[in-house]
Design a protein around this ligand. Sequence first.
Ligand SMILES: Nc1nc2c(ncn2[C@@H]2O[C@H](COP(=O)(O)OP(=O)(O)OP(=O)(O)O)[C@@H](O)[C@H]2O)c(=O)[nH]1
Ligand SMILES: [Mg+2]
Length: 291
Amino acid sequence: MKYKPVAADGHHHDHHHHEHDHVVVNTATGDLHYGQGEACVSIPGVSQSRTIRLEQDVLGKNNQFAARNREHFIHHRIFALNLVSSPGSGKTTLLCETIEALKRRGSMVPVGVIEGDQQTSHDADRIRATGAPAIQVNTGKGCHLDAQMVGNAFSRLPLHGHAHGAGHHHGQEGGQGGILFIENVGNLVCPAMWDLGEAAKVAILSVTEGEDKPLKYPDMFAAASLMILNKVDLLPYLRFDVQKCIDFARRVNPRIQVLQLSATSGQGMDVWLDWILDGHRGLAAQGEQAA
Ligand SMILES: Nc1nc2c(ncn2[C@@H]2O[C@H](COP(=O)(O)OP(=O)(O)OP(=O)(O)O)[C@@H](O)[C@H]2O)c(=O)[nH]1
Ligand SMILES: [Mg+2]
């Protein structure tokens, strides 16, 4: 193995390093690896053990909120999907087209959308134009949605009222429930580790991004139940090897499901709608078993 952990402060020729520079140097190429410490991440001046403690504090609190959301969603038969991707992969376009396609199918299942972005309410406005209710969450400097934000936004959606207004007979607490789409902040890194209480993460990768993305951003694809390969209408103009991309995704997550889709041409939309509606029906079946 060429990789060799280097106690960086032991290197007299590099004055920038100090005791907490947890870097692993490939002595042959000079490549640097900052993710091989216990914390899998490096913060300047902070030890690995302190980094782990900080992360546990922050994520532990988030996980409590996420557990509360998840319990609430399951109880009320809300099928919650967390859509994650890099900026511009087509999340909002897909959501608008999905809402329209559900209407055309005559689906009576109520839908709600939470839109995460650093700034602007553009995406919530696009969703509202379809007639579906949406709450925009602006994260400011934040690079992801967290479970508390989602709980807060959900309580402002009519879906929440549906859930509580519906018949309160045994096994009927959620009535017909609903589908909650959460569009996360466009970012293939940070949203991977923040549980929102969703039933599934859906990673959207557009074919213009290159087939290697599942290997470069493995956490996101490992966390996702489904990968949607979007913009397949553009394949004739690109060098993108679909099979290679799927192989890469399966390498980081052997159980990941894959759908090829074009939000703009409508190709693959039917299979996607089936996937959503099956997921929602599956929740109802779970609820009946539990009742
Ligand atoms: N050709 C093609 N273009 C698409 C498709 N889906 C989305 N687009 C285009 O991709 C661009 C970005 O789409 P958005 O839906 O805004 O992407 P997004 O993921 O919501 O972006 P952020 O919210 O900023 O992260 C727009 O110009 C869309 O028209 C598709 O299936 N095919
Ligand atoms: Mg968007």
